[in-house]
Design a protein around this ligand. Structure first.
Ligand code: SAM
Length: 326
């Protein structure tokens, strides 16, 4: 891609290559029309998997760049709201206004998401959306397929809407952790218990949390929840390739106690993870001022509810499980 043409804005909007390749792999053998193709990032991945691929966009300049970037792909200028293909799976990546309102607004997409879903109601359409999309609101727009949340490079990249025809029977939510090739869906069992911390605490990948598949992930790997409403998991063994937090001691959220414990263990770099408790990790780290040489972590969370609710701090060292060979 060294000789690709792009603009700053087009590059910022472009799908990350591993995510584009993942989508293209799911569309292997299909006839695909990327109707918001921009400079051609997704087309570049699709042309090696799809049976036939076509691109279009409303923006002449981006199309000209796409013609240079993917010269072997047929392209045309077209409004995605006025379909120009038939019988192809349509891939859409509407642009999103950055910042602004926190509430999900389908009209913050260009073209608007509600109009796209309406126009392509009878078609197989795959729509890339922001990871923070409101799942219920999308369903209220009439969407009945699968929502796949994908992470890559350690962060959640997108939520993608897949038509029911292109997913396994009954799957409504999927998490795909591209960094370690792990895929999880809501048709898997989700029977996991909750209880006190074992040897390890696991902070599940953001895609799993966002897809609402924390319990499914726990069940798959023999983990349990620290609290039924909190996404931290625990177990005596780490899932392969996963970074976890080995519990050294359990402490109350009292800064004097924490400072003493960190100093006893010669803590230097301090990572602080927080869920379910109103603590600003950066401010707490500044106040604790660890000055030693050992990297440690604090996992701060709420356990229990109502009268039994308490805040717990786990002092941990992080580690990673390596896959077993043979
Ligand atoms: C987020 S970008 C797509 C990025 C692309 N998937 C990639 O990976 O490079 C959105 C694109 O939608 C195009 N667009 C906006 N409104 C459109 C419309 N009504 N019809 C077709 N394309 C449109 C924009 O010109 C822009 O290129």
């Amino acid at each position: 891609m060294a000789d690709w043409l792009f603009t700053d804005e087009a590059l910022q909007q472009a799908t990350a290559a591993p995510v584009a390749r993942h989508r293209a792999a799911r569309l292997a053998g299909a006839v695909v029309h990327d109707a918001t193709c921009s400079i051609g990032t997704e087309l570049a991945a699709l042309r090696s998997t799809a049976e036939f691929v076509l691109g279009s966009d409303l923006d002449e300049v981006r199309l000209a760049m796409a013609r240079h970037n993917v010269p072997d792909v047929p392209l045309c200028r077209a409004d995605a709201l006025r379909p120009v293909s038939r019988d192809a799976v349509v891939v859409l990546d509407p642009a999103r206004r950055s910042g602004g309102r926190r509430r999900f607004d389908p009209r913050a997409y260009t073209p608007p998401l509600d109009e796209l879903l309406e126009v392509y109601r009878q078609r197989s359409v795959v729509v890339k959306c922001a990871p923070g999309i409101d799942f219920d609101a999308v369903r209220q727009l009439g969407f009945v397929g699968e929502i796949e949340v994908t992470s890559a490079g350690g962060s959640v990249r997108e939520a993608c809407l897949w038509p029911a025809a292109l997913t396994e029977h009954g799957v409504r939510r999927r998490a795909c952790v591209l960094d370690r090739g792990e895929v999880l869906t809501d048709v898997e069992p989700d029977d996991c218990g909750s209880g006190p911390a074992g040897r390890w605490i696991v902070d599940p990948d953001g895609a799993i949390v966002r897809a609402g598949l924390v319990r499914h992930y726990a069940a798959r790997h023999g983990l349990w929840q620290l609290d039924p409403d909190i996404a931290y998991l625990s177990g005596d063994r780490l899932p392969p390739g996963v970074r976890g937090f080995e519990v050294l001691e359990e402490l109350p959220l009292r800064e004097k106690v924490l400072r003493q414990a960190l100093s006893r263990r010669d803590c230097g770099a301090l990572e602080i993870l927080v869920r379910g408790v109103d603590v600003d990790p950066d401010a707490l780290r500044r106040r604790l001022r660890p000055t030693g040489g050992t990297p440690l972590s604090l996992v701060i969370t709420r356990i229990g509810a109502g009268a039994g609710e308490r805040t717990v701090v786990y002092l941990c060292q992080s580690g990673i499980a390596t896959a077993r060979v043979g």
